[in-house]
Design a protein around this ligand. Structure first.
Ligand SMILES: Nc1nc2c(ncn2[C@@H]2O[C@H](COP(=O)(O)OP(=O)(O)O)[C@@H](O)[C@H]2O)c(=O)[nH]1
Ligand SMILES: [Mg+2]
Length: 320
């Protein structure tokens, strides 16, 4: 039986195996993902973004508990391998899966961040599809919102939550990264510490400068104390409120189309690149140009243009 079929039956080990294949960028993962794709698109994606240490993972642990009391099945993709998760979750790696008494309706997978911009977004989307196919209702994605690829990931979420905390000093970085703009809900965590009200006030001030038309979603700011579980109920209520809003005004459909566009574009880029490499590699054309670049008799951009030119010539000859 194919891995995809097992995933669709809710086989946890198969899901963990497929996720590893996705992370390793193994070619078999592409076929399996194609097979599960028609069965995805049901899960709702919630992104939690914020600087390291603001309390995203702690918040997610709380949110899982609240969602579970409502019978909602949860998936979590943490784009940060150091994120600590507790409770009755099934962690998608071999070691922790051995634990007993686990909640089968919670599946958590951590992912190592890597240097390549496209790779991270692509792998994250792959993980989302697997959890979606497993029948998870809500999938939370934890990202550190500082790099460009993390902003890209944040854009795929149906509801985006920006988590800040007093004295983390990264507010400016968030504004620069454009994360403030895409947040649907603001959380000021560690409200047990001084200064939380100031940050909340600054966010509210920023929001008050914007014009909202009737029917627009106006983000709100929620104070949380994640270590004490405070604020989680309110946060869940707000997430579900935003989910209703997204669904009823047709924005959810638009967001999903954008996600599809991102994936098609990534697939085009990936396919063209591998097609070109396959067709030119045997003739040694790429290798020759790489040598020229290494010896500085050609620059990388000109080399790439020559490769594309050679490819299109060859492509046209085979078409005639
Ligand atoms: N004082 C205080 N500490 C918190 C709160 N929430 C989380 N922390 C602590 O902050 C640290 C980082 O939390 P973590 O959830 O791993 O942050 P992440 O990097 O954003 O995922 C941990 O030691 C938490 O116990 C809070 O509300 N108040
Ligand atoms: Mg974390």
């Amino acid at each position: 039986m194919k891995l995809a079929d097992k995933v669709l039956e809710g086989d946890i080990r198969a899901a963990a195996k497929l996720m590893r294949a996705i992370e390793d960028e193994s070619t078999s993962a592409i076929d399996e993902l194609c097979a599960i794709y028609p069965h995805t698109g049901k899960a709702y994606i919630v992104g939690l973004t914020g600087a390291p240490g603001v309390g995203k993972s702690t918040l997610i642990n709380n949110l899982i508990n609240v969602f579970r009391t409502k019978g909602i099945k949860i998936g979590v993709v943490a784009v940060d391998p150091t994120s600590p998760f507790t409770g009755g979750a099934i962690l998608g790696d071999r070691v922790r899966m051995q634990q007993h008494g686990l909640d089968e309706d919670v599946f958590i997978r951590s992912m190592a961040t890597r240097g390549w911009m496209g790779g991270l977004a692509k792998a994250t989307l792959g993980m989302l599809h697997v959890m979606d196919a497993m029948g998870k209702d809500i999938i939370m994605v934890e990202t550190v919102g500082v790099g460009q690829s993390e902003v890209e990931i944040a854009k795929v979420a149906d509801t985006s939550i920006l988590v800040l905390s007093p004295a983390s000093g990264d507010e400016m970085q968030m504004i620069k990264a454009g994360i403030m703009e895409i947040a649907d809900i603001f959380v000021v965590n560690k409200a047990d510490r001084g200064g939380a009200e100031n940050i909340a006030g600054a966010i509210e001030f920023m929001l008050s400068m914007k014009t909202y038309l009737p029917g627009d979603w106006r983000p709100c700011t929620i104070l949380c104390e994640a270590v004490y579980g405070k604020g989680s109920e309110q946060l869940v209520t707000e997430i579900l409120k935003h989910k209703d809003y997204m669904t009823s005004c047709g924005l959810l459909e638009r967001r999903r189309k954008e996600r599809a566009r991102l994936e098609v574009n990534e697939a085009i880029e990936g396919s063209i690149a591998s097609f070109m490499h396959q067709s030119l590699e045997n003739g040694g054309e790429i290798e020759k140009l790489v040598d020229e670049v290494a010896q500085r008799s050609c620059d990388p951009t000109s080399a790439a243009l020559k490769i594309i030119e050679q490819f299109s010539k060859r492509f046209h000859t085979t078409q005639e």
